[in-house]
Design a protein around this ligand. Structure first.
Ligand SMILES: [Zn+2]
Length: 85
């Protein structure tokens, strides 16, 4: 499993507060989480964002760089209530 963790800013659809979360952009395209401010359920569809292929070297000395597909995320992800999906 290749993981590409990024710290991402996310805006709550309910209280409009922005918080950051470490998410895996090479992993599950759908995320369900809870707003740390108001406790609202948030749903994020990473699949709506374009993807890009990036090359990573997992270990120093690896002869073969690994190509992985990651989501190109905006500076702040807008969320939506889960029952809208
Ligand atoms: Zn909130």
């Amino acid at each position: 499993m290749t993981e590409q963790k990024v710290r991402q800013s996310i805006r709550c659809w309910n209280c409009k507060n922005v918080f950051t979360l470490l998410i895996d952009t090479a992993g599950n395209p759908e995320l369900s989480l809870t707003c740390p401010f108001c406790g609202a359920s948030l749903h994020i569809k990473l699949a709506q964002f374009p993807t890009t292929v990036t090359t990573v070297l997992k270990n120093v000395g690896d002869s073969q760089p690994k190509e992985i597909t990651v989501f190109r995320l905006p500076e702040i992800i807008e969320t939506e209530p889960p029952d809208k999906v």
